[in-house]
Design a binder for this molecule. Sequence first.
Ligand SMILES: [Zn+2]
Length: 313
Amino acid sequence: MHYSEFGLSNTKTLLTRALRDGYAVPAFNFYNMETLNAILAAAEITQSPVILAVSESALEYMGDDILMGLIRGAQYKKNSIALHLDHGHSFESCKHAIDLGFSSVMFDGSALPLNDNIKISRRVSDYAHRFDVSVETELGQLRGTEDKNTKSDSNIFTNPNMVQDFVKQTQTDSLAIAIGTSHGAYKRKNKNESLRFDILERIAKNIPNTPLVLHGASSIPQKYIKDIDKFGGDIKNAYGISPAQIRRAISMHITKVNIDSDSRLAFTSAVRKTLYQNRAVFDPRIYLSTATNEMTKNCIAEIQNIMGSGYKI
Ligand SMILES: [Zn+2]
């Protein structure tokens, strides 16, 4: 299926507009009906374009048919929503998503030797562009803190001198860069650690027409950490990137900001709180709808306080 049959837009269209007008389009990850509905409700309320991000593991979790069934059945304004593969790790994975009806794919070859990264990124671009599907690639590496036990300090910042060539050779539509953000809920050793705006400035200068993407940019709202810990959880010392820093990055050509951890925290804190305060509840619809509403609230806050993408559809 082609994505146009689902009324989806590609990300190139959404991001080109964002780059021109100086805001960022949020990419929110989802994994089931509730998280999808939470994002779409926020998009509707704020009148914001939104990128629905699906990782390889989320696709595996839902299955092809259920995922595309959800997209088919979802209510959204046509041409303001993109369906994006987050961190595709092979050409085959990206092709599979495109064939399903995704309007945008990321090929993440950041861990590969540079030549392989370029070669596969280009192959993905060549295939995707035949169907007007947009491509995001990555140069540089984010600190991997998805897993507490594999915390690594090896943040490899994007080299500004390499971006022009990389974009030209890969024919990518947007570029994910590493300037000090990281994946997961444990982003920083201390609250004052700053993003490398000097690197961002040089990258933006070298590729002024390429939308730039920030991964690992959740702000980790402390109210959710507190609620999770208060109602039976155990998440400590988790800090994100401050909204002020993300806003500054957006003013410097970042046009797509990925948010996953914040949504997970909002959802989980609401589930914990609801179950803790209502010990007799065992109908999943009760705590799942509360959680969906909390995630919607968080997505709205991100759109209004950070992205600046409200009323941009
Ligand atoms: Zn990412």
